[in-house]
Design a protein around this ligand. Structure first.
Ligand code: UDP
Length: 236
C-alpha cells in the first residue's frame, strides 16, 4: 500500500542538468521517469510540476537587463520545455501522461483545469502541469502549491538534491542537523530556505503537507511512498 493516494511531485529544473551542468541530462531525465513509473505502478495518482531554472529564470534575466515580465514569461516557457522532455521520457517507458499548460498553447499541451487534471489522473494518466501559475513574479514552487491544493493532493513531494531540511545549509555547515518533521511556522521563524514564502504560506493556509527528500538518489521516490522516513515532513 502506498503511503499517499494522490501526490504533487515538484522537481527542480536545475537538477535536470545532472552531471553535465547545463540543459537537460538524458540520464537524469530517464532516472526521474523510471522513478515515477515505479510509483505509478503502485496505483498512485501523480501530478508533477517541473521548474525551468536549468534554462532561464526571470529574476536573473532582469539583473542582466531583461524586462522582468518578459523574463518570467521566458522562464515559464522553460518549464514547458522541461515538461515536454519529461513527458517524452515517460512515454518512452509506457507511462500514459498529459502535459497541461497554465497558458493556452495547444497543441503543445491542453489548457489546464482542475477537473481535466483530476479526470486524467483518475484514468491513470500522469499529469505534468507546466508554465507554473501562468503569471509573472511567481515561481514553480508557488505553482506546485497551487496545483497541489487544487487537485486535492495528499502531499507535495519536493524532490531536491539534499535529503531533507537542516538547521543550516549542510553543504556549508557540517554541524547542521536534520529535522524529521517541522512546522511551517518554524520554517519561517528560523528563516530556513525550503520554498519561497508565498508557496510556504499557501501550503500552510490550505493544510498541504510538504515532504522534502533527495530525488537524485535512484529509488527514493518509491522509498517515500513505501513509508520510509528518508526526508523531512513540513506540517501545521
Ligand atoms: N515563473 C513565473 N511564474 C510561475 C512559475 C515560474 O514567472 O508561476 C518563471 C520565473 O521566471 C522562474 C522561472 O519561470 O524563475 C523558472 O521557474 P523556477 O525558478 O521556479 O524553476 P526551478 O528553480 O524550480 O528550476
Amino acid at each position: 500500500m502506498a503511503r499517499f493516494k494522490r501526490i504533487l511531485l515538484k522537481l527542480s529544473g536545475e537538477s535536470l542538468m545532472g552531471e553535465q551542468g547545463h540543459g537537460i541530462d538524458p540520464q537524469r531525465l530517464a532516472d526521474y521517469a523510471r522513478q515515477i513509473e515505479e510509483v505509478h505502478r503502485m496505483g498512485v495518482q501523480i501530478g508533477i510540476v517541473i521548474g525551468g531554472g536549468n534554462i532561464f529564470r526571470g529574476l536573473s534575466g532582469s539583473q542582466k537587463g531583461f524586462d522582468r515580465v518578459k523574463g518570467d514569461q521566458m522562464g515559464m516557457c522553460a518549464t514547458v520545455i522541461n515538461s515536454l522532455a519529461l513527458s517524452s521520457a515517460l512515454g518512452a517507458i509506457g507511462v500514459k501522461n498529459k502535459v497541461l499548460t497554465a497558458i493556452r498553447m495547444e497543441p503543445i499541451g491542453e489548457f489546464y483545469s482542475k477537473w481535466k487534471a483530476i479526470e486524467a489522473m483518475e484514468a491513470g494518466y500522469v499529469c505534468i502541469f507546466s508554465a507554473g501559475t501562468g503569471s509573472p513574479y511567481f515561481t514553480t514552487d508557488t505553482g506546485s502549491s497551487l496545483r497541489g491544493i487544487e487537485i486535492e493532493a495528499d502531499v507535495m513531494l519536493k524532490g531536491t538534491r539534499v535529503d531533507g531540511i537542516y538547521t543550516a545549509d549542510p553543504e556549508k555547515d557540517p554541524s547542521a542537523t536534520k529535522f524529521t518533521t517541522i512546522t511551517y511556522d518554524e520554517v519561517y521563524t528560523r528563516g530556513l530556505k525550503v520554498m519561497d514564502l508565498t508557496a510556504t504560506a499557501m501550503c500552510k493556509e490550505n493544510n498541504l503537507p510538504i515532504y522534502v527528500f533527495n530525488m537524485d538518489i535512484y529509488g527514493n521516490l518509491k522509498r517515500v511512498m513505501d513509508g520510509e522516513d528518508i526526508g523531512t515532513l513540513v506540517h501545521n
